[in-house]
Design a protein around this ligand. Structure first.
Ligand SMILES: [Zn+2]
Length: 79
């Protein structure tokens, strides 16, 4: 018998087109797809995105760090 079927390779584990990963909407926790088709990602909707911005505006997400960065120190190179 000729081996017509190619053996399963690592490519089988990683499909060329993976579906967009599902993430929890930070605002309401609804599962939503993190994909370009969703302009509000990682939120599920514009409503939730606006809700989050509103939360920032009302200081619900206040940052602990209040000290301004030292101007003498170069900014940390991040990515
Ligand atoms: Zn949401």
């Amino acid at each position: 018998m000729a081996s017509a079927d190619t053996p399963a390779s690592a490519a089988a584990a990683i499909p060329p087109r993976r579906p967009a990963p599902e993430v929890d909407c930070p605002a309401c926790g609804t599962k939503t797809r993190f994909e370009p088709a969703n302009p509000y990602r990682p939120f599920c909707s514009q409503r939730c995105q606006a809700h989050d911005f509103g939360a920032w505006a009302s200081e619900n997400y206040r940052v602990a760090v209040v000290a301004p960065p030292d101007p003498d120190q170069p900014p940390r190179a991040g990515d």
